[in-house]
Design a protein around this ligand. Structure first.
Ligand SMILES: NC(=O)c1ccc[n+]([C@@H]2O[C@H](COP(=O)([O-])OP(=O)(O)OC[C@H]3O[C@@H](n4cnc5c(N)ncnc54)[C@H](O)[C@@H]3O)[C@@H](O)[C@H]2O)c1
Length: 247
């Protein structure tokens, strides 16, 4: 099924985890995709053989100028941007109480998780406004809705993303552009593998379904959120938490 044929997507964090599977799903469904990640060799490892649909861009998304140039590269290649999916994210140091949190680490996590989503949406929105159409998806986290103890930096950065989603949803509600977020609980990716075991147990124990989400479940929900069919929902944070958040 070529659900996204002739659409152009920009996906950040495309070299690993959620960004990687979502990128493959959109490519398989016909989209042209700008694949952004600082791990350029990781991108080149995963995206070969279907070059006409792919534009690989090595970029540090905490650098606003680099983000602007990456978006211009995608425009030069494909002519428009219909979809932006922000999957970049880091947890920073976890399993620390607030009085032990390093300000430097907090700033870094805010830069990677929040500022990058601001920079990318700021860069693509003028192109979406010009075509009166757009779908923006910021990947947030259950941590942003509930606050995970031991994860101040991560939880606060994801709450900021959810706040920005609400603002952007309202600001562009009459333009054909929707802006939504996704709040997964735990999905096994390199990000989770790098966390202390006790912190991962704290999070998984809270999932009523008593299992982690799968990458396929995340990709399916993301694809729906950025599809043309998802046209009357904006500013909303979709849940993907196996029943942990029922709001
Ligand atoms: N995996 C989970 O359980 C889970 C749960 C909730 C939310 N999330 C969120 O989903 C998103 C994807 O997470 P994942 O588990 O796939 O992580 P991941 O570590 O597998 O992938 C993250 C990608 O982001 C890239 N990246 C990091 N910093 C970057 C930077 N400054 N510039 C460019 N690229 C950069 C990395 O190279 C990597 O390819 C993140 O925002 C994460 O917070 C994940």
């Amino acid at each position: 099924m070529l659900h996204f044929k002739s659409q152009v997507a920009v996906i950040t964090g495309a070299a690993s985890g959620l960004g990687l599977v979502i990128a493959h799903k959109l490519l398989n469904e016909g989209a042209n995709v700008g694949l952004l990640d600082m791990n350029e060799s990781g991108l080149l490892e995963h995206f070969v053989g279907n070059q006409e649909q792919e534009e690989v861009v090595g970029v540090d998304v905490t650098d606003e100028m680099q983000v602007q140039q990456a978006v211009e590269k995608v425009i030069a290649r494909f002519g428009k941007i219909d979809i932006l999916i922000n999957c970049v994210g880091i947890t920073g140091i976890t399993q620390v109480k607030s009085h032990e949190v390093s300000s430097e680490n907090l700033r870094k996590v805010m830069d990677v998780n929040f500022m990058s989503a601001f920079y990318t949406s700021k860069a693509v929105l003028p192109y979406m406004l010009a075509s009166n159409y757009g779908r923006i998806l910021h990947v947030a986290s259950i941590a942003g809705k509930e606050g995970n103890a031991g994860m101040l930096a991560y939880s606060a950065s994801k709450a900021a993303i959810i706040g920005m989603t609400k603002v952007q949803g309202k600001e562009y509600a009459e333009t054909g552009i929707t802006v939504n977020a996704l709040a997964p609980a735990v999905i096994q990716t390199p990000l989770v593998a790098a966390m202390p075991e006790a912190q991962v147990r704290y999070m998984t124990d809270k999932i009523p379904m008593k299992r982690c989400g799968t990458l396929e479940e995340a990709a399916n929900m993301a694809a729906f959120i950025v599809s043309p069919e998802n046209s009357f929902t904006t500013g909303f944070t979709f849940d993907l938490s196996g029943g942990r958040a029922t709001y």
